[in-house]
Ligand binder design. Structure first.
Ligand code: SAM
Length: 288
């Protein structure tokens, strides 16, 4: 691998690039971090890799060596030109100029798998931090035919995503991630691993998509609405939060359900497991 810092400085100078803050542009300059991201993604020539926000192509370069094909999705036109110049000789490189939130990833993965026979598809990215959550939720909720998602994001968000429901540092999103994937923290990344330095510490996490959901629930959508309602008023007891938001028709109904599930009446949202929320959902849908 050549020197990532020198390459980055050279490309930025050659193309007169100033990082665009509003597009979340913080370019990686640490070889160790690039290596670690690629290594923990366990990429082989049988894999299709989709990279979101390739920027100047620092990660892309290593991904192209390992993967069967790399499809990059980048919003900034200036980066498209750089990437085309840099990687036009690679036959396994493709770039899509678009906002990732508007791309039909399902179709791309299906077509590529059918046409080229890739065994699995993986997402790898140093994400733009201003839309971390919408991107991750899209990747999970669209139920893409993916094996894993390896991303660098803000540490604070990362810790919430990889937390275990019912334990510390959870939020409503913890339950969504847990429903769709198993999650692990890979590496904390200091601010000086980027140009320009972001204002927050970063962390690489890996989500491995589950083949089967971990709980049985009558309606996934209703369950996630209940979880959202519970966490909107997380300082209140679950009973009050769900009564206030009309998930429970009355306090009495709520008390009855909590009792049937052996949950204390003072329990708070963050004390519940995903199984608990699935059970509450199933009870409410039966009672309707
Ligand atoms: N991968 C490069 C690296 O590690 O040095 C750049 C990462 S930078 C944190 C995020 C990249 O995402 C930028 O290149 C930015 O232009 C791009 N980006 C921002 N919003 C995007 C969107 N909605 N869709 C696709 N790419 C986007």
């Amino acid at each position: 691998m050549s020197n990532v810092l020198e390459d980055t400085q050279f490309i930025m100078k050659k193309y007169k690039i100033k990082a665009n803050k509003s597009l979340g542009q913080n370019f990686l300059i640490s070889e160790q971090v690039v290596n670690k991201i690629v290594e923990c993604s366990s990429i082989t020539k049988e894999d299709l890799v989709i990279e979101i926000g390739p920027g100047l192509g620092t990660l892309t370069k290593e991904l192209l060596e390992k993967a069967g094909k790399v499809i990059c999705i980048e919003l900034d036109k200036k980066m498209i030109k750089i990437l085309q110049d840099r990687f036009s000789l690679y036959e396994n490189f493709e770039i899509i100029h678009a906002d990732v939130l508007n791309v039909r990833l399902n179709k791309i993965i299906k077509d590529e798998k059918e046409e080229k026979g890739f065994k699995s598809a993986k997402i790898v990215a140093n994400l733009p931090y201003y839309i971390t959550t919408p991107i991750i939720m899209k990747l999970l909720e669209d139920r893409l035919d993916l094996e894993s998602i390896t991303v660098m994001i803000q540490k604070e968000v990362a810790d919430r995503l990889i937390a275990i429901p019912g334990q510390k540092e959870t939020g409503a999103i913890t339950y969504s991630v847990y429903y769709y994937a198993t999650a692990e923290g890979i590496l904390e990344v200091p601010n000086d691993s980027f140009i320009p330095e972001p204002e927050v510490t970063s962390k690489v996490i890996k989500l491995t998509l589950r083949k089967e959901p971990p709980v049985e629930v009558k309606s996934r959508g209703v369950m996630f609405k209940i979880i959202k309602s519970a966490f909107m008023q997380r300082r209140k007891t679950l009973l009050n939060a769900l009564t206030n938001t009309k998930v429970f028709m009355s306090k009495d109904e709520g008390l009855k359900i909590l009792k049937e599930l052996n949950l204390d009446e003072n329990v708070r949202a963050e004390n519940l497991t995903l199984e608990n929320f699935a059970q509450i959902t199933n009870k409410i849908l039966v009672d309707e």
